[in-house]
Ligand binder design. Structure first.
Ligand SMILES: Nc1ncnc2c1ncn2[C@@H]1O[C@H](COP(=O)(O)OP(=O)(O)OP(=O)(O)O)[C@@H](O)[C@H]1O
Length: 782
């Protein structure tokens, strides 16, 4: 089941109960109600964030009319705090920090940005280089550094040699007797410089991939560890997501080196200019005029990158056309698009929406922001660029005897190099700030902290009987999902006890809080108020990892991992000793979970591995990570395409079979013998009735020494075995007791139960089972 990109989302999170996902799909596919629209709070931009960073976008509800009448930008934000302001640029709304004063000295902001960036990142930069020195061999590091810095000297050296060569040639022409030795020496030096530079650049580009890979692997490992150490609550929160990209670390390094080169270039080139101008009358003035334009454009850039901002698309028609485009192109939507006959509808809606936003630019906000400048500034800067030539021509006209071709050529060369270097400074300014932010975000991510600071004890507590399941006690527990703006309670004042080794069934209507209860039971979330006691100690006082060691959780959201099928199952008990025993247990678990036959069926001949008869289904990786890339897409017909198709070929299992694999993983965990609490949350939605019955029977057969909790809408198989049934409604525990007690109460449980019972008794009418003799199978169970 898919959620279309035009979806209803709670602000700040994207979670639904299982049934809500269905309702959203229904609402969006029928289009007969309000169209709920969500502005993506994740489309964030790099930049030095401060208060804008955590600004939460509000859910905005458009009526269908609003959505179609949407060429104008709509204000989808909560009232902005006074320190923020916004500007609409094309389809974008850009939220910025309000400037302290509208009169800004040109260049002041740029200089402030440099200062702030340097102050805020100097510590991190030191740590970054300290880490790099540990990752990269010091000799390679030094060689790479020197090669990089060479690019800074290279320009000035070339200018120097060129000036010497030109000077010698001019002197030869004017004197009438060429100084061949001098000319030869100048040319040789220049050739030597070219050779040395080429070798250095060759070396630099050769070792660059090696260094890049070492840095990426190092930071990838640290990001992986940070992700693994992150607790569930933080990981569910958008702002807590670890989004850092390890490959960026190398580019950050490269950016720091580029900046160092640049500084070096500036110093050496300015040095050359000063030296050169010492020998030329008015040379110094000329040099200053050369750099006036680049300096001016460097410090007075009207760029968005030197501002703290968040940009988001507020043009509803634009968002709608994007949504329609993704509906048409996403392979995950294809089935529903075809079967609902949505082709014409999507094409029509796309055209309608894209017509509405025609002519409204959607370029990057920073580009659009730059276009707001008046032409006056550009004209002034361009005119400044002409000053050196005007100045030189004027001085030649006033003193023609001083005219020299070589000086003119050199001054021209110098002016070009200087301009180029200063232009680089203008663009480097933004890049440097961006990349420094990236380093910061990488380090922020890898130092993400655990939420629970009180963890004191390891589970199980001393004195716990090995043959007993976990005792669970809820004392006045309420819960709201962290980050939900309204703090709406999803569970309200729950108090109950699940005795050790009992079999408990939780029932209730959709959205009543069953799965949330499961997340609290398994310690994924902590209660907002109240206490959960696990074997008489508050759950928050246990070290989470030690507690998880004794838990087994099976839900319908379990996934197939991108590893071989057998490993997919044996990962249920990572502590199981490698080798034959692990394989035996894996296969035994597959039998118990009902996945054995499905996995055996995966046995196929691997056409690429010549001579290898058949690949074992147990070794098959169902959803391998993408490993193939090609030069053309789609690949033209031919042998190369055949090879690619074979590499790409994938097998798949049915939904029910995948659930069986996930169940097998849980059995692997149960076979470890240490599990004390088993929680099963509707894991059989896609299974056939026989498979479901078998799974529940197999789970029950292993209940010795375990407390077992089942969440289910299908009561038949389980309730008659339950020691305790908890019936939930709107986040409250409305009834609890045995099946018989709850039926006798004639309350919520009785109502839910009877709906299922009636469905069976009214519909199953066969010649051997005439209406008069209908049997109420389910009621008889009670
Ligand atoms: N991650 C989340 N953040 C915020 N609210 C959530 C989150 N997950 C669920 N909810 C809300 O909590 C309520 C209870 O959801 P829960 O999944 O516990 O219900 P349920 O009883 O398991 O429903 P179903 O039978 O449909 O699976 C729902 O109203 C849902 O919108």
């Amino acid at each position: 089941m898919l959620i279309y990109p035009i979806e209803c989302v709670h602000p700040g999170h994207r979670h639904y109960s299982k049934s809500e996902r269905t309702y959203v799909a229904l609402i969006t596919s029928r289009m007969d109600r309000h169209l709920w629209y969500f502005q993506d709070s994740e489309s964030r931009w790099d930049g030095p964030y401060s208060c804008v960073d955590n600004y939460i976008f509000r859910l905005h509800v458009f009526s269908e009319k609003n959505a179609s009448d949407s060429t104008s930008n709509t204000n989808t934000l909560e009232e902005l705090p006074p320190s923020l302001t916004f500007v609409d640029l094309g389809v974008w709304r850009v939220i910025l920090e309000r400037p302290n004063s509208y009169f800004v000295i040109p260049g002041k902001q740029t200089l402030q940005l440099w200062r702030d960036t340097i102050i805020s990142i100097s510590g991190i930069l030191l740590q970054f280089f300290h880490d790099l020195l540990r990752i990269i061999n010091p000799w390679t590091f030094a060689a790479f550094l020197i090669a990089h810095l060479w690019t800074g000297i290279d320009g000035a050296l070339r200018l120097h040699l060129e000036s010497r060569a030109l000077d010698t040639i001019e002197r030869s022409f004017t004197s009438g007797s060429p100084d061949l030795r001098e000319i030869g020496l100048a040319i040789t030096q220049r050739v030597l410089l070219l050779v040395v530079s080429s070798v250095i650049y060759w070396f630099m580009y050769r070792i660059q991939p090696v260094i890049k890979n070492a840095i990426k692997l190092h930071f990838q490992k640290r990001i992986l560890e940070a992700n693994l150490n992150q607790d569930f609550t933080t990981c569910q929160d958008n702002s807590g997501k670890i989004n850092a990209d390890a490959s960026e670390a190398f580019y950050c390094f490269s950016e720091v080196l580029d900046t160092a080169d640049l500084i070096f270039s500036v110093i050496t080139q300015v040095g050359f200019v000063l030296n050169f101008s010492r020998n030329q009358e008015q040379g110094f003035v000329f040099a200053m005029l050369c750099i006036a334009k680049p300096i001016m454009s460097a410090i007075d850039t009207k760029s968005l990158w030197d501002k703290t901002f968040v940009a988001h698309i507020t043009n509803a028609a634009y968002n709608r056309s994007t949504a329609m485009f993704s509906l048409a192109t996403g392979s995950e939507n294809k089935q529903e698009v075809l079967t609902c006959g949505l082709e014409d509808y999507i094409a029509k809606e796309y055209t309608k929406a894209s017509n509405e936003c025609e002519g409204i630019p959607d370029d990057y906000p920073s580009t659009l922001y730059g276009l707001r400048n008046t032409p006056f500034r550009d004209v002034c800067i361009e005119l400044m660029g002409e000053l050196p030539t005007i100045y030189y021509v004027a001085s030649c006209l006033s003193q023609p005897s001083k005219f020299s071709i070589s000086t003119l050529a050199m001054l021209h060369q110098t002016a070009t190099s200087l301009r180029w270097t200063f232009d680089r400074i203008a663009s480097q300014n933004n890049n440097f700030a961006q990349y420094m932010n990236k380093i910061k975000s990488i380090y922020d991510s890898i130092s993400a902290k655990h939420e629970n600071k009180e963890e004191l004890f390891t589970y199980p507590p001393s004195g716990k009987d090995r043959n007993e399941g976990m005792n669970v006690e809820f004392e006045d527990v309420s819960f709201h999902y962290p980050g939900t703006p309204s703090n709406k309670l999803v569970l309200k004042s729950l108090s109950f006890t699940l005795p050790s080794s009992s079999l408990v069934v939780i029932v209730g209507a959709n959205g009543s809080g069953k799965s949330t209860l499961v997340k609290l039971l398994t310690n994924l979330y902590k209660p907002s108020t109240g206490t959960i006691y696990l074997d008489s100690k508050p759950s928050t006082t246990y070290i989470s990892s030690s507690l998880f060691h004794y838990l087994a959780l099976l839900t319908q959201d379990h996934s197939i991992f991108p590893v071989p099928m057998l490993e997919n199952i044996t990962m249920g008990d990572p502590d199981c000793e490698e080798g034959e025993e692990r394989t035996r247990r894996g296969k035994e678990s597959a039998r118990l979970g009902g996945a054995f036959e499905a996995i055996e069926k995966l046995c196929v001949k691997d056409e690429l591995k010549e001579g290898k008869p058949k690949e074992d289904g147990w070794d098959k990786v169902l959803h391998p990570v993408q490993s193939v890339t090609c030069s053309h897409w789609p690949m033209p017909e031919g042998q190369l395409k055949d090879v690619m198709d074979k590499i790409e070929k994938q097998l798949d299992l049915s939904g029910g079979e995948k659930q069986r694999v996930a169940a097998s993983r849980t059995f692997m965990r149960l076979l470890s013998g240490r599990t004390k609490l088993v929680v099963v949350d509707e894991p059989t939605s896609a299974m056939d009735p026989e498979g479901e019955l078998q799974l529940f029977n197999n789970l029950r057969s292993m209940r010795h020494g375990k407390t077992m909790v089942f969440v289910t809408h299908r009561f038949g198989h389980l309730t008659k075995h339950a020691d305790l049934i908890l019936c939930m409604k709107d986040g409250e525990l409305v009834e609890s007791g045995s099946h018989r007690e709850l039926i006798e109460k004639k309350g919520e449980y009785h109502k839910l139960y009877n709906i299922q019972a009636t469905a069976f008794t009214e519909d199953v009418v066969t010649p051997t089972n005439p209406p008069s003799s209908r049997t109420n199978t389910l009621n008889n169970e009670g």
